[in-house]
Ligand binder design. Structure first.
Ligand SMILES: [Zn+2]
Ligand SMILES: [Zn+2]
Length: 291
């Protein structure tokens, strides 16, 4: 009887597992209550994605409506209208329900196949932080090459052009893209942990969730259109951030990576006036040497 409700399951689990912390009990109770792991993981993933995506976009919608923040806007004269934001949110939501929702049935079986654990206790915070750091590096490499490929004529025209509808991006526009693009680029986010787990045999699905939350934060913030004195790349110079991706939307070329600046730096695909100036100077120096 007690297990008919979620909190009934929670009480039951708490009674016999005093060694588990509060969050571990919440987690274990969810799986016990659902009695169906595929559904439990699926519902949790989908709900988490919606909450984080729209929850993280909301502060940026508010910032856009407050004139005080205008001085931090990168492309100052391009403030998205309420209509643009509604239209964008509607299309993103439509794609979540039609393209993403059917796929969540595959998520739990895939995790099981590759040996991700779903049980309690959770891994230590240090282990999770390290693994998430590795996923950031892996995803960034995938994103750089796939995004760069998307700028090749036919792929751009047929797939990636949709994402470039907004030359001055805003938070909600992070996932505004063709379903094919969402799948190709999303593969980097999902398969980095899967590949990691296939090799190390050591990954908890919670770490994967946290990774996806951070990756969503990164993508939405990179599209925010705002550059602050306290933006992360001022402290971590290799972090890409909004300044990096905003230029990509403005100029349609260069700055292909997602989280870090190193790929664009070393392969000389950085965008923006500073990078062009550096390139021009390098060319001049080379010409001087030859003459
Ligand atoms: Zn692009
Ligand atoms: Zn973008």
């Amino acid at each position: 009887m007690a297990q008919d409700t979620y909190w009934g399951s929670f009480d039951e689990i708490s009674k016999y597992n005093i060694q588990l912390n509060y969050f571990e009990r919440l987690w274990a109770a969810w799986y016990a209550y659902m009695q169906n792991d595929v559904l439990a993981t699926g519902i949790m993933s989908f709900t988490m994605h919606e909450l984080v995506y729209f929850g993280r976009s909301l502060p940026w919608i508010i910032v856009d409506a407050i004139p005080y923040f205008r001085k931090y806007k990168i492309q100052q004269h391009k403030i998205p209208t309420a209509y643009e934001q509604w239209q964008c949110a509607f299309l993103v939501l439509l794609s979540h329900f039609t393209v993403e929702l059917p796929q969540i049935w595959l998520f739990h079986p895939m995790c099981q196949y590759f040996g991700l654990s779903t049980g309690v206790p959770f891994p230590s915070i240090y282990k999770m932080a390290f693994q998430i750091g590795v996923f950031f590096v892996m995803e960034d490499a995938w994103h750089y090459w796939m995004h760069r490929a998307m700028h090749w004529g036919p792929l751009y025209k047929n797939i990636h052009k949709i994402h470039h509808q907004y030359s001055a991006p805003f938070g909600l526009a992070a996932e505004y893209a063709s379903p094919i693009e969402v799948m190709v680029l999303g593969l980097g986010t999902v398969s980095s942990p899967i590949l990691f787990c296939a090799i190390t045999k050591d990954l908890h699905i919670l770490t994967m969730y946290l990774w996806i939350v951070f990756r969503l934060f990164q993508a939405i913030d990179a599209h925010s259109g705002y550059e602050f004195p306290w933006s992360l790349h001022h402290f971590l110079p290799f972090w890409a951030g909004a300044e990096h991706h905003d230029v990509h939307h403005e100029r349609f070329i260069g700055n292909y990576a997602s989280s870090f600046r190193w790929w664009d730096y070393f392969l000389d695909t950085e965008a923006g006036p500073e990078a062009s100036k550096r390139r021009r100077e390098a060319k001049l120096a080379k010409a001087k040497k030859v003459s």
